[in-house]
Design a protein around this ligand. Structure first.
Ligand code: GDP
Length: 522
C-alpha cells in the first residue's frame, strides 16, 4: 500500500487559455504511451461562435468528460493528470479541481507572461499551499527576456522562483536549453523541430562554444552566473512546502524540454499528501478508505440523465462493490461499476489507491464536496467558492413547470455549475457566474434535461462577500442596515451583495468588526 501511494503523482496542468496546456498534456501522454500520435487529444476548449451551436457545446462537454482524468505509468510512477476546462467561463470548475491535486504545473506563454487566469489559479494554489512547477512555453517564438519573466512571475504570482533550465536565445535563434538540474545541454534544431542532441558539457569548456556559437555561449555563461547569484540553490523541500516554484523553459509544440520537465516532475513532485477534514487530518496511509467528490459531470446523452461524480481517494484502498458511508446522506452506498480514465477510454476498476480519481455513476445522490468513508463521520472541507463576477435574477418562464425549474436549479448548483444566492429581502433567486457562457449553459440544460424554462433579468451587483464577525451585535446591525442586499448562499451562509466598489469600501469602513470575505472558505 505505501509503495502504491509513494509512486502516485496527482496533479493538474493549468494556464491562461492558449498558453499551451493542451499541447503539453498531449506530449506527456505520448511519453506515457497512452497515445501514439500527436493530435489525439482534443482540446476541451469551448469555442463560441456568434451563432453558438449548442450541440457543439454538448459534444465538447462530452469530450471534457472523457478527458477529465488522464492516467498513465511512467518510469515506475503512476501519473494522474486532472484536466481543467480551457474556457475561462468555467474557472470555478478549475478551482475545485485544484482541491483534488497534490501539485500543479503552470504553463506560461513566453511572450505574454503572467495573464489573468494564471494569476487567479495561482491564488488558489497559494491558499492551499499546492507546490507548483512553472513551464515557460513557446521559446521557439520571440518572447520576453527570461529574467524579466522571472521577476514578473515572482511579483504577480507571489512566489519565489528558481530556474532549473535556461534558454539559449529564443525565437528563430533559439538553440536549446541548458538543463541546470542535470547539467546537460539540450540542443534544438529548428527544421527538425525536436531535440536532436543532449550533450553533457562543462559550461566553461570550449565545447559549449562549438555547440551554440561564441556569442550565445558567452551569454549563457553570464546568464547562469547571474542565475546562481540571484536565486538560491534549489531545495526540494522549499518546492514541496510551496515556497519556491522551479521553472523550466521549452516548447510544448516542438516537444522540446518536455521530457526533462516530466522527469524532474515525477522525481520531485509530492506523492499524495494528508487531507484536512473538519474533524482531523487524514493521512493517505490510513488503512480505511476515505474520499471526496470534487467534480460532477453530466452525461451528454439526454435520454440517460446520469452523471459521473469524480471522487478523489484520500486514504485507504477503494474497492468495487464495498459498502461505503455517504456521510451527508447518512446512507450506505455501493458502486458496482466505478471507472478509471485513460486518455480516451474508461474502464471499470476493482480498486484504487490514495491519489487516484474514481468515476462514480451518480443518479443525483452527490453534491460537490460530499465525503465517502468506511463508516467514520468525516467531512472534508476546502472546496472554495469565489465571489462570482456576473449576476442575474433567474425567473420562471413557464408557470406550469415551477417544480421542474426548482429541481433543475438545485441539481445544477449541486453539480457546481454556478452559484445561487437567495435575496433575503425579496426572496428572488440570483445566479452568480464567472462568465456569460455559464448562463447559457444553465438555460440550455434546464430546458433539455429538466423540461423547464427560465428567463434572466438584470441585477446590478459588483461582488458577493461572505461576512462574519465575533461581534454579534455589529453583525446584526449591519444586516439590518443592508437588509435589501443580504442573501443566503446554498449552504445558508450570510452573503452581502454589494452593488458597487464604493458601497463595499464604505461598508468595510463603517463596520470595522465585520470581515468581508471574497471566497466562501475562511
Ligand atoms: P491551451 O489553451 O492552453 O490548452 O493551449 P493549446 O495547447 O491549445 O495551444 C494554443 C496554441 O498555441 C495552439 O495553436 C498551439 O499549437 C500553440 N502552441 C503550443 N505550444 C507552442 C509552442 O511551444 N510554440 C509555438 N510556436 N506554439 C505553440
Amino acid at each position: 500500500m505505501n509503495n502504491e501511494i509513494e509512486r502516485r503523482r496527482t496533479f493538474a496542468i493549468i494556464s491562461h487559455p492558449d498558453a499551451g496546456k493542451t499541447t503539453l498534456t498531449e506530449k506527456f501522454l505520448l511519453f506515457g504511451g497512452q497515445i501514439q500520435v500527436a493530435g489525439a487529444v482534443k482540446s476541451n476548449k469551448i469555442k463560441k461562435t456568434a451563432t453558438s451551436d449548442w450541440m457543439d457545446i454538448e459534444k465538447q462537454r462530452g469530450i471534457s468528460v472523457s478527458t477529465s482524468v488522464m492516467e498513465f505509468d511512467y518510469e515506475g510512477y503512476k501519473v494522474n493528470i486532472l484536466d481543467t476546462p480551457g474556457h475561462q467561463d468555467f474557472a470555478e470548475d478549475t478551482f475545485r479541481t485544484l482541491t483534488a491535486v497534490d501539485s500543479a504545473i503552470i504553463v506560461v506563454d513566453s511572450a505574454k507572461g503572467v495573464e489573468t487566469q494564471t494569476r487567479k489559479l495561482m491564488t488558489v494554489c497559494r491558499m492551499r499551499k499546492t507546490p507548483v512547477i512553472i513551464f515557460i512555453n513557446k521559446m521557439d517564438r520571440e518572447g520576453r527576456d527570461p529574467f524579466d519573466l522571472l521577476d514578473e512571475l515572482e511579483q504577480e504570482l507571489e512566489i519565489k522562483v528558481r530556474p532549473l533550465s535556461w534558454p539559449v536565445n529564443q525565437g528563430v535563434k533559439f538553440k536549446g536549453v541548458y538543463n541546470i538540474y542535470e547539467k546537460k545541454l539540450d540542443l534544438f534544431t529548428p527544421d527538425k523541430q525536436r531535440v536532436t542532441e543532449k550533450v553533457e558539457v562543462d559550461i566553461d569548456s570550449a565545447e559549449l562554444d562549438a555547440h551554440v556559437g561564441d556569442r550565445d555561449a558567452a551569454k549563457l555563461r553570464e546568464d547562469l552566473e547571474l542565475v546562481d547569484g540571484v536565486y538560491p540553490e534549489f531545495n526540494v523541500e522549499d518546492y514541496r512546502s510551496a515556497d519556491v516554484a522551479p521553472v523550466f523553459f521549452g516548447s510544448a509544440l516542438n516537444n522540446f524540454g518536455v521530457q526533462e520537465l516530466l522527469d524532474c516532475f515525477v522525481e520531485i513532485a509530492p506523492s499524495p499528501r494528508p487531507t484536512k477534514a473538519e474533524e482531523r487530518m487524514v493521512s493517505p496511509e490510513e488503512p480505511k478508505f476515505t474520499g471526496f467528490i470534487f467534480k460532477i459531470t453530466a452525461n451528454i446523452d439526454p435520454n440517460h440523465r446520469s452523471c459521473i461524480a469524480f471522487c478523489k481517494v484520500c486514504s485507504g484502498r477503494f474497492v468495487r462493490n464495498q459498502p461505503y458511508l455517504h456521510v451527508r446522506l447518512g446512507k450506505t452506498v455501493r458502486f458496482s461499476s466505478p471507472t478509471q480514465f485513460m486518455a480516451q477510454r474508461k474502464s471499470t476498476i476493482e480498486e484504487a489507491y490514495p491519489g487516484d480519481i474514481v468515476g462514480l455513476p451518480d443518479n443525483g445522490i452527490f453534491k460537490i464536496g460530499d465525503t465517502l468513508t468506511d463508516g467514520e463521520q468525516l467531512h472534508f472541507r476546502g472546496l472554495p467558492s469565489f465571489s462570482p463576477e456576473m449576476f442575474k435574477y433567474i425567473e420562471n418562464a413557464d408557470p406550469m413547470k415551477a417544480k421542474q425549474l426548482q429541481k433543475g436549479i438545485d441539481q445544477l448548483m449541486d453539480e457546481g455549475v454556478a452559484q445561487l444566492f437567495v435575496n433575503q429581502f425579496n426572496g428572488r433567486k440570483i445566479i452568480g457566474t464567472v462568465g456569460q457562457l455559464q448562463f447559457e449553459v444553465i438555460q440550455y440544460r434546464l430546458e433539455n434535461e429538466y423540461n423547464a424554462k427560465c428567463r434572466w433579468e438584470p441585477v446590478h451587483l459588483y461582488k458577493a462577500c461572505w461576512i462574519e464577525s465575533d461581534d454579534a451585535a455589529e453583525l446584526e446591525s449591519f444586516k439590518k442596515r443592508k437588509y435589501q442586499y443580504m442573501a443566503k448562499d446554498k449552504e445558508g451562509r450570510d452573503v452581502f451583495l454589494a452593488d458597487s466598489g464604493y458601497v463595499l469600501s464604505m461598508a468595510q469602513e463603517d463596520f470595522k468588526n465585520i470581515k468581508f470575505h471574497f471566497t466562501s472558505e475562511f
